[in-house]
Write a protein that binds this ligand. Sequence first.
Ligand code: NAD
Length: 454
Amino acid sequence: MSMIHDVDPATGEPFAEIPCTTPAELAAAVARARAAQPAWAAMPANERAELIGRLADDLVTHTAEIAQLITREMGKVHKDALGEVQGYAKNVPLELQEVLKAIEPERFEGGASETVLVREPLGVVAAITPWNFPVGMPLSILIPALATGNTVVFKPSEHVPLVGAKLAELLNRHLPAGVLELVQGEGAVGAQLVDSDVDMIGFVGSRATGQHIMTAAARDLKRLVLELGGKDPMVVFGDADLDAAAESAVRHSLRNTGQVCCAVERVYIEDSVADDFAARVVAKARDWAHGNGFEESSKMGPLVSREQRDKVEAQVIDAVERGAALLLGGTTPDGGGNFYPATVLANVPADAQVVRDETFGPVVCLSRFSGDEDEAVAQANDTPYGLGANVWTGDKERGARVAARLKAGQVGVNRYLGGAPGTPWVGARQSGFGFLGGIEGHRQFTTPKTICTA
Ligand code: NAD
């Protein structure tokens, strides 16, 4: 039997073995979800929401246990793991209210008839998720998919199978049998799920996997929501509050050991203040000590896997070979665990891998521009990605102008990105296909249907 070897990324020690779902088991899980779907869809939406909403209390009761699993499986600093569970527990009722609003029937008058627009569930949704926010990312799909009347077959990342299993167990305490099925395994199991008898794939993960899924889904024109990677730029003009900008650049490059889809991945600084800015960044980044996520002193845990660390290490070496200045870190520590130190690169050229490819590691990547607005926008937009972006300037009008020109789904002006509650989470360009959250995001788990009566 094929197994997931669950390894503690802080020590390299395996601590659990989880059987992978076989193709026959996967087909049976999808069939159970298919069979359960009509009754689930027929249940009044508020009753469905009430059952799903019970998860919020369960997350609160099990916060310590889940946070422990998160740090063990993917290395997140324990305080942040607790924060992830608590934050999403709070969010569950709000999101359910929003889904109910999204699927309320709408009435239209015209001519001699009255038309009602209803939003029907698609059927069975495959939820395939990554490891970097092992509670948050699954819930961003499971809640709207289930609350709109779909049943779900959920495959958590192979790096966090126990967190995924715990989430499914908590939800299944309240849901009818078959409404939420769990499968486990690596990418091959995800690919089988995409190929199976599902109607939609809700996916959060890398652009490369998103491309595979889109290709495979084309055969049956399965519906898709793909939330993918990013290469977010930050533009800093000379008149910005440099200290606040440096603080934000460091926090959002290093948070979660840099393993965040919307991490700040490239910082473009106006020439005249670039040295000053770099000095502030280095001073702040020195505080980001790495270590086992269970230790109080750790601000960054290990990277999720050895392969991931190798990729980050290779990008830093490549940048230095191409002429970047290594201002901090950049040396892989000896010993077990996948640790990598807070690293600051300056004067990074545009052709370096760390500027071109998603980094997913604790690197602050600084480059310069002359101060010309067009040049800053051109550099920031020089990527196929389009998840987030931010611009820092003391000139309000320039902030608004540049924000309008940045090709991204979410832009921050003199702050990091992040919309008010109710706004969608959007990856523009190749950072996504469809999107999650907000009324418009929730509706993507449904198909609109008009019924007009004479
Ligand atoms: P990944 O694409 O390697 O894996 C994601 C999931 O897809 C896993 O469950 C994996 O087993 C599965 N999978 C792999 N190959 C598959 C295939 N061929 N068919 C179906 N499923 C397959 O990504 P990851 O390393 O787990 O996560 C990191 C990536 O996720 C980064 O690129 C990050 O930017 C992105 N991400 C995006 C968002 C967002 O909101 N846009 C949020 C979090 C993470």
